[in-house]
Design a protein around this ligand. Structure first.
Ligand code: PRP
Length: 184
């Protein structure tokens, strides 16, 4: 029997098993790059919290974690283009090898802004790890160094991704039924 939330899901795009298999691969690749570099895993809230939790456990390097919260969608389905910091860094990142952890790279507005911001704050290097990449919607020239899955231009939710703050706890990546967001 499907949960109330799952009744709003049109189809499963990436299963829980596929996500976990891919994260194990990403963790191993990140280990090879960063095992002697004391990286700072920097999660972009809110969407990245589920991926962040799994990715850092799949990558057993000496590291620490930090978070920043930004918002550019404000409950819309298209990025406003204005990235607002709603919760700033709580530590000095000067000289750190920063691994930005994102749930999705869409227009690229968020990551373009954050890359500049972290360099301004003195980061020694910036590496981008995103679970999902939706290249069809890109408006900024930005690419990720580590990508879990390339996804088509559909409205995806689950595994941290929301629609109007809902569905973040769906354990897989699903496509939302159009009628759910059609009236907004
Ligand atoms: C989402 C997502 C990324 C960003 C990607 O965040 O988590 O941070 O959009 O889109 P972009 O490439 O077009 O900038 P959102 O602003 O919806 O906030 P959330 O993480 O709290 O869901």
């Amino acid at each position: 029997m499907k949960s109330e939330m799952e009744q709003d899901i049109l189809k499963v795009l990436v299963t829980e098993e596929e996500i976990q298999r891919r994260i194990a691969e990403l963790g191993a690749e990140l280990y090879d790059q960063f095992h002697d570099k004391n990286p700072l895993f920097l999660g972009v809230l809110k969407g990245s919290f589920v991926f962040m939790a799994d990715l850092v456990r799949a990558c057993q390097v000496k590291s620490d974690v930090e978070f920043i919260a930004v918002s550019s969608y404000q409950n819309a389905t298209v990025s406003s283009g204005r990235v607002q910091i709603t919760h700033d860094l709580q530590q000095d990142i000067t000289g750190r090898n920063v691994v930005i952890v994102e749930d999705i790279l869409d227009s690229g507005n968020t990551l373009a802004f954050l890359k500049d911001y972290f360099l301004t704050k003195g980061a020694a290097s910036i590496t981008i790890a995103t679970l999902l990449d939706k290249p069809a919607r890109r408006t900024k020239a930005i690419t990720a160094d580590y990508v879990g899955f390339v996804v088509p231009d559909e409205f995806v939710v689950g595994y941290g991704l929301d629609y109007c703050q809902r569905y973040r706890n769906v354990p897989y990546i699903g496509v939302l039924k159009p009628e759910v967001y059609a009236n907004h």
